[in-house]
Design a protein around this ligand. Structure first.
Ligand code: BG6
Length: 474
């Protein structure tokens, strides 16, 4: 396998990514309503939830970014970020989700945040919905299982485009839209326990989200002419466990179950293999003429998260599924894994970039990638830091593969590493699963000063950005 010195195009958008529920805190300030995240207990994305916010839910305080955003953005600017991906907390804007008018204090917070980004010339990249469905919508409507969600989301998205459309160019409609079937409560605000949910309900919820996403794209084009709208999928390149055709077919099936989201977002209709899945599962989706028309509003670009790859086999019952980003999969015996069992595969990033580009011919944006690891705060020359060579090595190797994909001819808009500042993990709700270039003094038991410290990777990433990737080691 040849490796070239990576060359990144001029204007490549280097940056970092976060989500409101994992870092803002201030869960009930300035009129914010509760979101599904506020009742997920310490330690899980699953169906289990509490009756209300409990003190051990680290997300209620997060890293207090709501009050410290200016300090955090100054640190991003110091690294030279060209872009910053953040999400807007839906329940700050519409506390219940089904109101007619938005909460001005919520909108004003994001105005202030955008002011800071503009001060440093950092391009915002906004996720409209990142696992933060207002709790009221989950409880009253069963979340995306209900068609009325399309209207609530439409009003929310329109409000954002009208308010911020002149300041924000890049928008993502739903974070990891293909996670809905795997984590219905967190991803789709569906309150019915997963075990009791029928495939019919789940797939109908998926359809509602796809229509809502397309409708948001249409509205953006009406009210924010500068907007570039992207879908966002969880990518999971998959290799056959053996060279047998049956395993290759298992890969194709697994791939299809994820690719359908990008197919609909880029082509505007459901592909044949998906219609077959519906037929075989005995599902009849309710699709209106208006839905079909809405779906025609295809995206400008495709964005995705990439952490790991998996293997697939025709005989999954013979293997134990491994840990992984929401959906997991059969571990690949040729790969090492992170402390949380997520298998590390830089080449998989090149493969998925090529696969998506070949398939959709839309510009691609890597909006999440990184290593969750346990960091130790130490003192070096009298300065507190983390010597995170493991993170540097992980990111270097992945970015080299991005360079390879660019050399392959893939159109890549940018790269925002996940959790550019330490934040609360989505899957485990831990603070100790850290991704950032910036260490935040907060522990799993909620203790800590919330002070920020630059890790070794902070200076490393600043250099990568300054040299537009030339400092990477192939
Ligand atoms: C993605 C999510 O699934 O992975 C993020 O979009 C999440 O919200 C990230 O934080 C990393 O996962 P985790 O579980 O390690 O936080």
């Amino acid at each position: 396998m040849s490796t070239t010195t990576p060359t990144f195009p001029e204007g490549f958008l280097w940056g970092g990514a976060t989500a409101a529920n994992q870092l803002e805190g201030a869960y009930d300030e300035d009129g914010k309503g509760l979101s599904v995240q506020d009742v997920l207990p310490h330690g899980g994305i699953g169906q289990a939830r509490t009756d209300g916010p409990t003190p051990d839910n680290l997300k209620l305080v997060g890293i207090d970014h709501y009050h410290r955003y200016a300090e955090d953005i100054a640190l991003f600017a110091e690294m030279g970020f060209k872009t910053y991906r953040f999400s807007i907390a839906w329940s700050r804007i519409f506390p219940q989700g089904d109101e007619e008018t938005p909460n001005e204090a919520g909108l004003a917070f994001y105005d202030r945040l955008l002011d800071e980004l503009e001060k440093y010339g950092i391009e915002p990249l906004v996720t409209i919905s990142h696992y933060e469905t207002p709790l009221h919508l989950a409880e009253t409507y069963n979340g995306w299982a209900d068609r009325r969600m399309i209207g609530f989301y439409e009003r929310y998205a329109r409000t954002l485009f009208e308010r911020f459309g002149s300041r924000v160019k890049y928008w993502l409609t739903f974070n990891e839209i293909n996670s809905l079937l795997h984590a219905p409560f967190m991803s789709g605000g569906i309150s019915t326990p997963k075990e009791e949910l029928s495939a019919q309900t789940l797939y109908q919820a998926m359809h509602h989200e796809l229509v809502a996403s397309a409708r948001a794209t249409r509205i953006a084009r009406e009210v924010a002419s500068n907007a570039q709208i992207g879908c966002m999928v969880l990518s999971m390149p998959t290799y056959p466990l053996s060279p047998s055709p049956a395993d290759a077919l298992a890969v194709m099936d697994f791939d299809h179950s994820n690719l359908v989201y990008g197919d609909v977002h880029t082509r505007g209709t459901y592909p044949g293999y998906f219609l077959r899945t519906l037929r075989e599962k005995g599902i009849e989706l309710e699709i209106t003429d208006q839905d079909r028309e809405d779906l025609q509003n295809t995206v400008d670009f495709v964005s995705f998260s990439y952490y790991m790859s998996v293997a697939a086999t025709a005989e999954p019952e013979r293997y134990t599924s491994g840990q992984g980003n929401i959906m997991g999969g059969i571990p690949n015996p040729t790969l090492e894994a992170s402390e949380w069992g997520w298998q590390i595969d830089p080449v998989g990033l090149r493969i998925v970039l090529n696969q998506f580009w070949d398939r959709w011919q839309k510009p691609l944006f890597i909006v999440e990638n990184g290593l969750g690891a346990k960091d130790q705060l130490v003192e070096v020359d009298g300065v507190k830091t983390v010597v995170d060579d493991y993170r540097i090595s992980y990111m270097n190797d992945h970015l080299v593969q991005v360079g390879e994909a660019i050399a392959d001819g893939v159109d890549v808009l940018g790269y925002t590493s996940w959790g550019c500042i330490d934040l609360v993990s989505a899957s485990t709700a831990q603070m100790s699963k850290r991704y950032g270039f910036i260490y935040v003094d907060r522990n799993d038991d909620g203790s800590g000063t919330l002070e920020r410290f630059r890790k070794k990777s902070f200076g490393w990433y600043a250099e990568v950005i300054r040299t537009n990737g030339a400092s990477l080691e192939a």
